[in-house]
Design a protein around this ligand. Structure first.
Ligand SMILES: [Zn+2]
Length: 473
């Protein structure tokens, strides 16, 4: 197998046995990390200069609806789930054909790579049929990203005479087709999961059926929570599922931020994982992200970007926001408890946020035996951040590499991205063929404009047009 030796880099391994190395080497053989040490000699390896670079595990985006990529720049002033649901699921999502899903997933996945994400959970809830499903998977595979493809279903507007989506159990035939077909093995770059409605979005029997189906096929399942009691389809879904033994480490929860303390304890005791999408939650949820609250119970958060209609799905940005949001909440709690400032150290540090964005995501996807840290034996999924540019210089050496990642690094600083031993971004550019990338941009634009026209979607905001009166002095 061809070997690659990254030489003289600052290494943020996120492996507790290895820790940080101010200056060290990483040897990669084929798709695996073989060694992470101060000085490695490997005469046959292709050497990559790591001096002036920080190497860390690739970021894990544990929750993204990659198909939404076409619909950027329209959602920042939407109010609550109402406008999201109305504009997306009830209108624009219904315009998607298989080709649109393919285009969104391909450019969306490439954008993840560009931003330093090496693994995504593609929470794909746009799929009406097998053609759309296959198109979504084709795109992920072509991009070169590592992905857990969470096959989900659409939420179309209710129509008289039709069974509404929240009463529909997951289509068994699709899971059977995929699990006995291209996803028969879990030993590949793209693997299968089920994106289910869960008890906040679907009826109880539907949730129970779907979780049992996922277990039958040996798949993790993931569900969105919606809100506090009074807003959910099933008020007491989590305690009921727990009582029936249907919650476990194979159940991933997106958001979870409206859980009561009792509900949180129930899901964490059962071993469920929770993925905070703190940027979308900050925009349109009534509760802050589920981060420190679960850390207090000894659980590890994971992070996701969620929705491109609101912002560029950059995990660096989400990680920074998660850190800052939780630090602010910690400080507020201390002040309210009369304990300001913290006696010894902050409860949330930048290193925690890096863990959430790497090993935390890997655990949520049940891939922590393969990815999430720079550990010999694990897959070679890593990013190299150039620390010589003005965003970061002169923070290293002498500074904390976790601090540098969370508070200074930007997409432009991500020089190289490697997935399973292959560079998918090199010298600041995607390795995806340039001519295909240009064509893809054009196709994505055509797809966007066609769907907006069909959906008669016109961007409306109270603040569009001239400067609002409140800013005129
Ligand atoms: Zn979501």
């Amino acid at each position: 197998m061809p070997q690659t030796l990254i030489k003289d880099a600052c290494i943020l391994s996120m492996d507790p046995q290895i820790g940080d190395l101010d200056r060290g080497d990483i040897l990669i053989d084929g798709d695996r990390i073989v060694a992470v040490e101060r000085n490695i000699t490997a005469p046959n390896a292709a050497v990559v200069d790591g001096s002036g670079r920080l190497v860390m595990p690739g970021l894990v985006n544990a929750h993204i609806h990659t198909w939404e990529y076409q619909l950027r720049g329209i959602g920042s002033d939407w109010v609550g789930i109402r406008d999201y649901h109305g504009n997306m699921h009830k209108n624009l999502a219904t315009r998607y054909q298989a080709r649109d899903v393919y285009l969104g997933n391909l450019l969306g996945a490439l954008n993840q790579i560009r931003n330093g994400t090496t693994t995504i959970m593609d929470w794909c809830h746009i799929l009406r049929d097998a053609d759309m499903t296959d198109a979504a998977i084709d795109a992920l595979e072509e991009s070169g990203i590592r992905a857990v493809f969470a096959r989900g279903t659409v939420k179309p507007p209710e129509k008289a005479g039709e069974v509404p989506y929240y009463k529909k159990p997951f289509p068994r035939e699709e899971i059977h087709r995929l699990r006995t077909g291209r996803f028969a093995s879990d030993d590949r770059l793209v693997t299968l999961a089920m994106a289910i409605l869960g008890p906040d979005w679907g009826e109880y029997d539907v949730a129970a059926h779907d979780i049992r189906l996922a277990r039958e096929y040996g798949l993790i399942n993931s569900a969105h929570t919606y809100g506090r009691k009074g807003k959910r389809v099933v008020e007491d879904g989590m305690p009921r599922l727990a009582k029936e033994g249907l919650l476990g480490p194979d159940h991933n929860i997106a958001h979870g931020n409206c859980f009561s303390e009792d509900e949180l304890k129930i899901v964490l005791d059962a071993g469920c994982t929770i993925t905070a999408t703190c940027l979308t939650e900050a925009l349109n949820y009534e509760q802050p992200a589920m981060l420190g609250r679960m850390v207090k119970f000894g659980a590890m958060p994971s992070l996701g970007t969620d929705c491109d209609p609101y912002f560029n799905s950059s995990m660096l940005w989400v990680t920074r926001h998660a850190f800052q949001e939780q630090r602010a909440m910690d400080n507020r709690s201390l002040r309210e408890a009369g304990q300001w400032p913290a006696a010894t150290q902050h409860a949330t540090r930048t290193r925690d946020a890096v863990a959430w964005a790497t090993i935390g995501g890997a655990k949520a996807l049940r891939l922590d035996h393969k990815i999430g840290s720079l550990t010999p034996g694990k897959q070679a999924d890593l990013i190299m951040i150039d620390t010589r540019g003005m965003n970061i210089f002169p923070a290293l050496p002498g500074g904390d590499p976790a601090h540098v990642v969370v508070m200074y690094a930007e997409t432009a600083d991500i020089e190289n991205v490697m997935i399973a031993g292959t560079f998918v971004k090199r010298s600041g550019k995607l390795t995806f063929p340039e001519d295909r990338l240009q064509k893809l941009h054009q196709d994505v634009m055509d797809s966007r404009l066609r769907m907006m026209e069909e959906g008669k979607f016109v961007y409306k905001s109270v603040d569009s047009g001239p400067l609002p009166d409140r800013y005129v002095f």
